[in-house]
Design a protein around this ligand. Structure first.
Ligand code: IMP
Ligand code: MG
Length: 168
């Protein structure tokens, strides 16, 4: 495993993102965490936020055990509460082709939140297939498959406190 972003780098960036999100949502915010990859990002972000934070979880189908996006997205677990009239921020681990996010934004917008914004810890612009709007991006990275800090390869490495590139 080759480290790409250290735990300190991530924590420092997360604190800055929390301040930006707070500034844009003075009345509080409702996080929608996309499972499983964003669980660590959201928990650090939520702890770094002052002001009112509520949160919920959603699971979408993903890559399975491979490293290439199928472009097919399904809701595996839906939200437990309504987002109508709320100031919602989608919390996602990484925007790659953008297909997952654009689909998710569409379904959430149809539920009439007051505002809908998106925070992604990582962005791989080289692989983008659709022009998806992401207001908060932690780090822009090259086209490498990364793991750790919530991100997996075949369900492994999610627990790493840093982000690395699998070398073998
Ligand atoms: P997209 O629909 O291609 O943008 O894919 C987004 C999803 O694919 C993310 O939410 C991740 O779960 C997964 N993904 C994309 N790139 C990586 C990576 O480098 N490591 C781990 N998961 C990834
Ligand atoms: Mg994901």
């Amino acid at each position: 495993m080759q480290a790409l972003l250290s735990s300190d780098q991530i924590q420092s960036r997360v604190r800055t993102l929390a301040q930006e999100i707070k500034a844009d949502h003075p009345d509080g915010v409702h996080f929608v965490c996309v499972l499983k990859g964003a669980f660590m990002f959201m928990s650090d972000l939520a702890r770094a936020m002052d002001g009112e934070v509520t949160l919920d979880f959603m699971a979408l189908s993903s890559y399975g055990s491979g490293t290439k996006s199928s472009g097919q997205v399904q809701v595996l677990k839906d939200l437990g509460t309504s987002i109508e009239g709320r100031d919602v921020v989608i919390i996602e681990d990484i925007v790659d082709t953008g297909l997952t996010l654009i689909y998710l934004q569409e379904i959430l917008l149809a539920r009439s939140p007051r505002t809908l914004r998106t925070a992604c810890l990582l962005s791989k612009p080289a692989r983008r297939k659709v022009n998806v709007k992401v207001e908060y991006i932690g780090f822009t990275i090259e086209d490498k498959f990364v793991v750790g800090y919530g991100l997996d390869y075949a369900e492994r490495y999610r627990n790493l406190p840093y982000i690395g590139v699998v070398t073998s």
